[in-house]
Write a protein that binds this ligand. Structure first.
Ligand SMILES: [Zn+2]
Length: 295
């Protein structure tokens, strides 16, 4: 499944939020992503019994890879550049040498590559930087020539020491942006414009950031957090202490999950994670058993 989908997070405007989907479907055994998610441990979870999030037949998590586009009155911001085309990722077949319709899907919501004003990677793992660049005449060039590419200072400082990590995605998806002079290194607290701010969300990676969107109209404030990989899968809404095997600091990542769940629970605030399948934008409620998603 691919395509562009509007998310219903700001029904009164002025922000429009879309997901541009590169992949959605069964993806990996739960223990592959989350070592604590053994068959015994998950069988009584709500996630396991929810066909939106778990494929019991194949015993696979249902996951998505998408970018989030936020149109404000003045900007068009791509949050997370997902997988990209033509990227050499032989260790992950679904990511390897793709030729997907991401840019056509952007056109479907009326956007050319020239109209993206900002690209923000919540972190620099390979599945969040892909569309930073595209292959043109055998060279990697920035896909969005008029955009400022915002990179978190701590995240950059960590991965520039290890440019062979993350399937070598630094080399094809970060370095060309630096070389083109389009990168802007920002603090983990950073306002892009009023109502659109980065916040630190360290743990999954050393300098992971998330984006808080907030607007008030007619006395009503609406808030959404675009959280990247702070939470990979609804299983971790039920079990925020379960980190993925790809988390840099499992304890810090778990604390961060609990913190954002406490922030949004029972508040009407939206969460928009980078890998939640449809409906992707969720609200959270809490009770004595912990957290789960509102209907
Ligand atoms: Zn990811």
């Amino acid at each position: 499944m691919s395509g562009a989908v509007a998310l219903p997070v700001f029904p009164d405007g002025p922000f429009e939020v879309y997901r541009i989907i590169e992949f959605e479907g069964p993806f990996r055994d739960p223990e592959h992503l989350i070592p604590s998610a053994t068959p015994d441990a998950i069988k009584n979870t709500r996630t396991y019994n929810d066909a939106r999030f778990f494929d019991q037949g194949d015993h696979k998590l249902i996951m998505a890879f998408h970018g989030i586009v936020v149109r404000t009155p003045t900007s068009v911001i791509l949050i997370d550049a997902c997988l990209g085309n033509d990227k050499h990722r032989p260790m992950v077949p679904e990511w390897h040498m793709r030729s997907g319709p991401f840019l056509n899907d952007l056109k479907g919501i009326g956007l050319s590559v020239d109209e993206i004003t900002h690209v923000l990677c919540t972190h620099l793992h390979a599945d969040h930087v892909g569309w930073n660049t595209r292959l043109l005449d055998g060279r990697w060039v920035p896909t969005f020539p008029n955009a400022k590419y915002l990179f978190g200072r701590e995240e950059m400082a960590f991965w520039e020491q290890d440019a062979d990590a993350n399937h070598k995605s630094w080399q094809d998806s970060v370095q060309p942006v630096l070389d083109a002079g389009l990168a802007e290194i920002v603090d983990s607290h950073h306002e892009i414009e009023p109502g659109v701010s980065l916040l630190p969300a360290f743990g999954h990676s050393p300098g992971h950031v998330m984006v808080k969107l907030e607007t008030t109209s007619q006395g009503k404030t609406r808030t959404a957090y675009v959280i990247g990989d702070v939470i990979h899968h609804p299983l971790q809404v039920e079990h925020p202490e379960w980190s993925s095997q790809f988390c840099w600091d499992a304890k810090m990542a778990g604390d961060m999950r609990t913190s954002i769940l406490e922030t949004v629970a029972d508040s009407g605030h939206w969460l928009v994670p980078a890998h939640f399948p449809t409906p992707t934008a969720v609200r959270v409620e809490s009770n004595q058993d912990g957290f789960w998603l509102e209907d």
